[in-house]
Structures are given as structure tokens and as C-alpha cells.
Design a protein around this ligand. Structure first.
Ligand code: SAH
Length: 227
């Protein structure tokens, strides 16, 4: 009850800030219990609009950033979505809620095996009904996820040095990629549209700070020290 009230208050706040704009994103935020996706000892901070540590040096993004990215992605019921950087599984749950309205699917890939295990547990506890609409993969998502491509939408929840070429390839014509690109400490959220004729259009959304995307098309361990 307490969390439900706090969740409602946060959603109202995000709406009044103009961060949550669509009915579907609002519904998703009201439906997914963020307290189930943060570590036990941080549960009382679940509805403070801030990132929180989830272990392995990683974080669950702040609610306003999840809302901005979800709105920018324009995920629709029925979409097939790829998320890179499962982390806690919270963003994946928000997306699964939306796409499940039209029997779509979310593929979410994470490079830290233990985080995938936790994300699956979080889902099983919080939103078991969405497990049918979600596939968890362990691996290097900087290369995308070729086997289930192409995707209507791709969302990267870690900071990339550049737009990885495979992600553009794995996007359907008419599809959209949302990705933070920049240096190690500050990035800009890029909205990349692949038009029906194959042309690529890139728009800058908001400044942001994400943990680094590692792997083949991400930051190498050595290059991190340069920034
Ligand atoms: N979307 C998450 C937050 C992600 S934090 C949530 O809702 O909680 C970024 C995540 O990206 C981290 O868990 C990190 O381990 C993961 N990551 C970094 N590089 C990756 C890569 N190449 N492939 C897949 N996951 C990666």
C-alpha cells in the first residue's frame, strides 16, 4: 500500500514535469513495482527519482531517465524490442508491459551473468505474467543480438563511444534506436531512425550519464582510462 501510494506520487511528478507524456507509459509505470527491482536494503528509496546501485558496479537508472527513454523509443503494443543492458530488469519490465498489449516481445541482453539471474528472479516475483513476453540473454550486446533480428525498436541502457554498426543493421526499416553516446562521464541520448528507404536520421535528445557499454563495440578496459 505504501509503495503503491509512493509510485502514484512519482508518476504524477513525472507527468507534471512533462517526462511521462503517453497513457501507455503512465500505465506501465503504475503497473511495475520498482521496489522489487532494487536491492532489499534500498527499497525505501525505490520511489526517489534517482539511480540506485544494483551490484557489480552497475545501477538501475533513475525513473525520469527510464521514462524519457521509453517515451523516445515510442514502443508500441506488438513491437519486437531489443534492450542492451538488462541490469535489474526494470526497464525490460516496463517495455514488456507495453509490447505485451499486442503480443510483442522483449529480448534483453546482459553481459554480467549474475545480474541476469537476479533480473529473472525480480521478474518472477514482481511480474510473472510478463515472463512469457521476455527473453533474457547473457552475452555481449554491443554486437546486438543477431539471432532474433530484425527489431522494431532497440534501446541501449549503457553509454557507448559510438553507434555500433550491428545495431543499425538489426533494426527494421521504420525502426528506432535509442542510445546514449559520448565519453565515459557524459553523453547525449541519440534517437536514431532507420527510414523505410533505409536512410538514417539522428536527433539529439537530452544529456545523460550512464555506466559504460563494454564489449566489442563498447569501451575496452584500456580505453576507459583515457577518459
Ligand atoms: N536497464 C537497466 C539498467 C542498466 S545499467 C535497468 O533497468 O536496471 C547498464 C547495464 O549494461 C549493466 O548491467 C551492465 O552490466 C550492462 N552492460 C554493459 N555492457 C554491456 C554489453 N556489452 N552487453 C550487455 N550488457 C552490457
Amino acid at each position: 500500500m505504501r509503495f503503491f501510494e509512493e509510485r502514484r506520487r512519482l508518476v504524477e511528478e513525472l507527468k507534471s514535469e512533462g517526462v511521462i507524456r503517453s497513457k501507455l507509459v503512465e500505465e506501465a509505470f503504475l503497473h511495475i513495482p520498482r521496489e522489487e527491482f532494487v536491492p532489499e536494503h534500498l527499497r525505501s528509496y525505490a520511489y526517489v527519482d534517482t539511480p540506485l546501485p544494483i551490484g557489480y558496479g552497475q545501477t538501475i537508472s533513475a525513473p525520469h531517465m527510464v521514462a524519457i527513454m521509453t517515451e523516445e523509443l515510442e514502443a508500441q503494443p506488438g513491437d519486437v524490442v531489443l534492450e542492451i543492458g538488462t541490469g535489474s530488469g526494470y526497464q525490460a519490465a516496463i517495455l514488456a508491459y507495453i509490447v505485451s498489449k499486442g503480443h510483442g516481445h522483449v529480448y534483453t541482453i546482459e553481459i554480467v551473468k549474475e545480474l541476469t539471474k537476479r533480473a529473472i528472479n525480480n521478474f518472477a516475483k514482481a511480474v510473472p505474467e510478463l515472463l512469457d513476453y521476455t527473453t533474457f540473454v547473457i552475452g555481449d550486446g554491443s554486437k546486438g543480438l543477431e539471432i532474433f533480428a530484425p527489431y522494431d525498436k532497440i534501446i541501449v541502457t549503457a553509454a557507448a563511444p559510438n553507434i555500433p554498426e550491428p545495431l543499425i543493421k538489426q533494426l527494421k526499416p521504420g525502426g528506432r534506436l535509442v542510445i546514449p553516446v559520448g565519453n565515459r562521464w557524459s553523453q547525449v541520448l541519440l534517437i536514431v531512425d532507420k527510414r523505410r528507404d533505409g536512410a538514417i536520421r539522428i536527433r539529439e535528445s537530452v544529456p545523460c550519464v550512464f555506466v559504460p557499454l563494454v564489449g566489442e563495440y563498447g569501451w575496452s578496459k584500456e580505453s576507459e582510462y583515457l577518459y
